[in-house]
Design a protein around this ligand. Sequence first.
Ligand code: AMP
Ligand code: MG
Length: 414
Amino acid sequence: MTTAAQTAGVLSFEQAYDRVVQYCSGVQASRAETVRLLDALGRILAEPILADRDFPAFARSTRDGYAVRAADTSSLPSVLKVLGQIKAGGTFDQAVRQGEAVEIMTGAALPSGTDSVVMVEHTSSLQDGTVKVERSVVSGENVVDRGAEARVGQELLPVGIRMDPAQIAMAAGAGRARLEVFRRARVAVLATGDELVDVTETPGPNQIRNSNSYSLAAQVTNSGGAPLILPVAPDEEKKLEILVRAALESADMLLLSGGVSMGKFDLVEKVLSNLGAEFFFTGAQIQPGKPVVFGELRHSGTKLPFFGLPGNPVSVMVTFDLFVRPVLAALNGALAERLPIAQARLRKNVKTRIGLTRFLPATLSGGLYDPQVELVPWQGSGDVLASARANCYLVVPPDRELLAAGDMVSVFLR
Ligand code: AMP
Ligand code: MG
């Protein structure tokens, strides 16, 4: 019998990625919750943040110096009468007339009558209550006008934006001590394999420690999700099925690791098929991670997206970054993002075979204008140490056998 998994097919990287993006566009975000400002860090905004006043709320000086009427500086040197001073947060009530100036500090409101600021470096204060201006300014120079950044009521941050430090600053500036973010998507993590023992146990001579549940949980957390580590499933159909059913009850997404290759005990697709899964792809022409599986389980009206990730530790991390991260972002309510790709100069030749798009552990280094990338030597997709030494993936297109030292190449930032 041909199963749903067998007909779904192996796609190119671009096709598989497009399928993921398409899936994301149909995903419903979870409910919202109210959190304190700093607890919103890394979360996805569930309500728009509006300007509670003009930004800036007053014409603001961007320099220490003298607030003047620009016309008074058109012929130099110009000697102006200093009426007083204003610092950030202060007020200056007197209107400034022709031939007059007010000493002003960065962040202070421009006194009425003035339209620009001469930097203190371009003045000399005379002892008789006047200042000599040595450089002309034009109207508006060194000033940010009231409302220049945003008008009261304007949307500052849209629903779906990730609250990184800049967004936290914006929300703070708009007086939002609490705000609504989407609930974290719950992601069940299910490692499979008879050879696995937990980090707290001593492995037998032919056993290994389960690292995938931990890398996946860490990646889920980094991406704003809430990981739920399930017990390791042995390579046994019935037990695997029980754990997949548990995920159906409790999670918004299921990540399996291992058991999706061609081996005799690779049972993941079979078990998912038996549970009525729909498969979107059952492999991608990539290295590492070729056997990656993406699909959806339906269960009493709800949909559970799942990924069967290849068991090799590097494969599992790469396929998470490439395919799982966008789906998790969508489940978390985030606006669609682009692939995090940069360009860098290759330091050493890379030889491969054609056919697969490769994402190889690499290090990005170099200076401001000459980013450089170099492969981390590795023993293949089981080499978690290579991944731990890397800070990015070098992208090798499927039609290139050689990337030459000095070439500009694509780097996938993780
Ligand atoms: P599999 O995809 O099940 O054939 O596994 C591929 C390779 O990854 C094998 O060498 C497994 O021992 C290893 N592996 C599978 N699952 C894990 C895991 N959770 N942690 C570390 N290594 C794993
Ligand atoms: Mg296995």
